[in-house]
Design a protein around this ligand. Structure first.
Ligand code: PLP
Length: 393
């Protein structure tokens, strides 16, 4: 018997990938599947970004880069953050990462161990909890409630902090709920955090371009009182439709930067060079395609909410950000995961059951509206027919 460490009995995963695999398998068998499961833009990467990667390869950028990323890209990130949020970020605190996920992986690894608490949003991105459990730290869910517009509550969050708390994970705009935490609530939370100077904060802002109804994204870098303990997670995957390029960035405070650099050197050396050149083109080039994509998500958001609210037993709050709807299905009588799996197998609609996003997420399902309006309407029609004809399992 191989004697691997117990941590691997505790590590979780992201069920959206399993649903994607099953949906692809069913489609391969000739079934007509509408996939509202996986969270990735249904747009191609804008052509000028693709061209920049091709040019990088033709220009001979085939080798290792610094583990923290090429300097012009780190400078472009700092300039972009300055342009959008008026914050000063030194390029040597920016690290280019292979996607958004590695920043959460590294952050939790830096703070998690048995005997400590890590707070994370629930419902929330499943990798937060998975990684916390992997390290042996205790995962403490911070409830994100429908009645609160799926924003986190400063008061509730602060109450959960104890001397054991080492790290607080925040995410707005949020996956899976589409919730956006208003600035007043963020102000309150940051003011409260001043009493807990030993608690680090990891702010996952990967959906920062996708905020609707004229609202502005609140970047946590704009709060000086937590800058020395704030890790910012962001990247290109969602904003520029680049999920497959594996390109993200982190802003690390103080010594964490060097820890992250060492982890990179130990684990993957550096992010692939052409992606990094593409990243410069994305930030410095035209933002028109990215803007159009957000405008299209905004239109679909209304279609999905209107459609879902017509279904028996379903009510859906209007998401304020990202590209997910998180309807309440409690009155259908279905358990969320059973509904998601029956819809896929019997009606050809892939969605994700709430419990895949946390222990507090029963009674909800997640639909990604990063799909055509035609497919969204088809999925909602199928869900309606299914709910009308099928008793809760
Ligand atoms: N953070 C959140 C909240 C996400 O929803 C996702 C992807 O779905 C990520 C991070 C990971 O992004 P990436 O694909 O760049 O690793």
């Amino acid at each position: 018997m191989l004697r691997t460490i117990a941590a691997f009995d505790r590590i979780g995963e992201e069920n959206a990938f399993a649903v994607l695999a099953r949906a692809t398998e069913l489609a391969g068998q000739g079934r007509d599947i509408v996939n509202l499961g996986i969270g990735q833009p249904d747009f191609p990467t804008p052509p000028h970004i693709v061209e920049a990667a091709i040019k990088a390869l033709k220009d001979g950028h085939h080798g290792y880069t610094p583990a923290t990323g090429i300097k012009p890209l780190r400078e472009a990130v700092a300039a972009d953050l300055h342009k959008r949020f008026k914050v000063e970020v030194a390029p040597d605190t920016v690290m280019i990462m292979p996607g958004g996920k590695p920043t959460m992986f590294m952050s939790v690894l830096m703070f998690g161990e048995p005997g400590v608490d890590i707070l994370y949003p629930d419902p929330g991105f499943p990798i937060y909890r998975s990684m916390i459990e992997f390290t042996g730290a205790k995962p403490i869910p911070v409830p994100v409630r429908e009645e609160n517009g799926f924003a986190f509550s400063a008061e509730e969050t602060l109450k959960l902090i104890t001397p054991k708390t080492r790290l607080l994970i925040l995410n707005s705009p949020a996956n899976p709920t589409g919730g956006v935490t208003p600035k007043a609530e963020v102000d309150k939370l940051i003011a409260g955090l001043e009493k807990f100077p030993d608690v680090a904060v990891m702010s996952d802002e990967i959906y920062d371009h996708m905020v609707y109804d004229g609202e502005k994204h609140v970047c946590l870098l704009t709060y000086p009182s937590i800058r020395d303990r704030l890790i910012l997670l962001n990247g290109w995957s969602k904003t520029y439709a680049m999920t497959g390029w594996r390109l993200g960035y982190a802003v690390w405070p103080g010594k964490l930067y060097d820890y992250a650099r060492k982890l990179a050197v130990n684990l993957y050396s550096c992010v692939n060079a052409p992606s990094q050149y593409a990243g410069i083109a994305a930030l410095k080039g035209s933002q028109e395609e990215a803007r159009k994509m957000v405008a299209e998500f905004d239109r679909r958001r209304k279609v999905v909410v209107e459609g879902l609210n017509k279904l028996p037993g379903i009510s859906c709050a209007t998401p304020k950000g990202a590209f997910y709807a998180f309807p309440n299905i409690k009155r259908t009588g279905w358990k969320a995961k059973a509904l998601a799996s029956s819809l896929l197998e019997e009606a050809g609609v892939a969605i994700i059951g709430g419990p895949d996003f946390g222990v507090l997420a029963e009674g909800y399902v997640r639909l990604s509206y990063a799909n055509s309006t035609e497919n969204i309407l088809k999925a909602i029609d199928r869900m309606g027919e299914f709910l009308a004809s099928r008793k809760a399992a």
